[in-house]
Design a binder for this molecule. Structure first.
Ligand code: NAP
Length: 373
């Protein structure tokens, strides 16, 4: 483990985390169990960002600029000029021309990693060595083995690690999870997801097979995450059908069935298809339709439809910025010395399903989901 000379001194390093078992993780617990008033007296967490990524500039940064709990302290890029320009434009105090230099900054407590997927493991390890807590973009790793190694590495270094599934922080999903868990639509039988965009640029990281690109990794990870959340369980087995681009070699049209026992999940994701996204959840006595499940606009109330024997309704839910909520939830967990809201083991479990689907592509058969840690 590399020793950074400027490992921050004022960050409290917890013992290796004792996290709740996945089955006891309840999305609806968060964040209502924290009294609102106490938030205002918390010191903002000082964040650094590794890479001037699109997702950071376009979606993550705007809500953070107005947050009392999150302070963007520094941004790093492989290009000093790119980092400087981003920092100047948004009033971020410091910029660095290398990710290593940012990790040397003793004032930074937590880092956000929005790098291409094949670099997540490397920079999780380096950030952990530097004593920084880590919010890493999805998917956390290229496979379950790497995800597990990253989770163990972060725990051994005494830093928190979370995979950035921002959708879980949106009020629409908190509501869906709450309704599902209290049996509003009966027993959940089927979760159906369609998620697609049309992107043929060979330079985009999503179209680079050696960077962990492709539809299943980029957006299929959401379609796996959602039913695992709603069933509160791991699928027993999975089968997939993939079409790959002849030149790019990435999967461009990927469908799967996940077997959760009595219930099941079916999904299709596409990187060269009509841009659309929706999740439908069918239970024994009702259904829920989530109109924009993943890229919900921050200034538009969600379009959730719930059907039960009483009738069809559209719950009145607030517009919310899921990225801001995610960063604030992570920051609050740090300040309260609590586990991060999405346990890092969730990333390993999600990746196990993705791994099984890739195995199924080769075998043409159902593949079991690997058990255990
Ligand atoms: N949660 C979400 O809503 C969401 C949405 C989109 C993407 N993501 C995830 O966020 C990550 C980044 O996605 P993105 O669309 O923002 O990608 P992007 O715009 O291509 O940004 C990736 C950044 O990584 C840095 N980088 C370092 N080595 C690189 C290399 N060899 N090739 C390319 N870039 C390199 C670059 O920053 P510098 O040049 O500044 O060093 C680049 O700007 C991915 O893991 C993706 O799955 C999440």
């Amino acid at each position: 483990m590399k020793k950074y000379k400027n490992r921050p001194r004022d960050v409290k390093f917890p013992q290796p985390l004792r996290l709740p078992a996945l089955s006891s993780y309840n999305l609806t617990d968060y964040p209502e169990h924290y009294p609102e008033g106490e938030r205002s007296i918390m010191e903002a967490v000082r964040w650094g960002v590794l890479g001037v990524a699109n997702i950071f500039m376009k979606k993550v940064l705007p809500p953070l600029l107005g947050s009392d709990l999150v302070r963007l302290e520094a941004v790093a890029s492989r290009s000093g000029e790119k980092a400087r320009s981003a920092a100047q434009r948004f009033g971020i105090p410091r910029s660095y021309g290398s990710y290593e230099d940012l990790l040397e900054d003793a004032d930074i407590e937590a880092v956000y990693i929005p790098l291409p997927n094949h670099l997540h493991g490397e920079w999780i390890r380096k950030a952990a060595d530097a004593g920084k807590h880590i919010l890493c973009e999805k998917p956390l790793a290229l496979n379950a083995e790497e995800a597990k190694a990253s989770v163990e590495y972060a725990a051994a270094a005494g830093v928190r690690l979370m995979e950035a599934f921002m959708y879980r922080f949106h009020p629409q999903w908190r509501r869906v999870a709450e309704l599902a868990s209290r049996g509003e639509i009966g027993e959940i039988l089927a979760v159906q997801t369609y998620y697609a965009y049309d992107l043929k640029d060979p330079e985009n990281i999503r179209n680079k097979a050696d960077m962990g690109g492709g539809g299943l990794m980029d957006i299929g990870c959401y379609a796996v995450s959602v039913p695992r959340l709603l069933f509160g369980a791991e699928p027993r087995r999975a089968i997939g059908l993939f079409t790959r681009d002849a030149n790019l070699k990435t999967d461009i049209l990927s469908s799967a069935i996940l077997d959760f026992g009595r219930g099941r999940s079916v999904f299709t994701v596409a990187t060269q298809g009509f841009r659309a996204q929706q999740v439908d959840i069918y239970g024994s006595s009702g259904s829920m339709h989530v109109g924009i499940p993943f890229n919900m606009y921050p200034d538009v109330p969600p379009s959730l439809t719930v059907s039960t024997p009483i009738g069809e309704r559209r719950p009145q839910l607030p517009a919310a910025d899921q990225y801001g909520l995610e960063f604030e939830a992570f920051s609050e967990a740090l300040r309260r010395d609590l586990p991060v809201p999405t346990p890092p083991q969730d990333a390993v479990a999600n990746q196990k399903v993705l791994d099984a689907l890739f195995r199924s592509e080769t075998s043409g058969r159902w593949e079991p989901i690997a058990k255990g840690d």
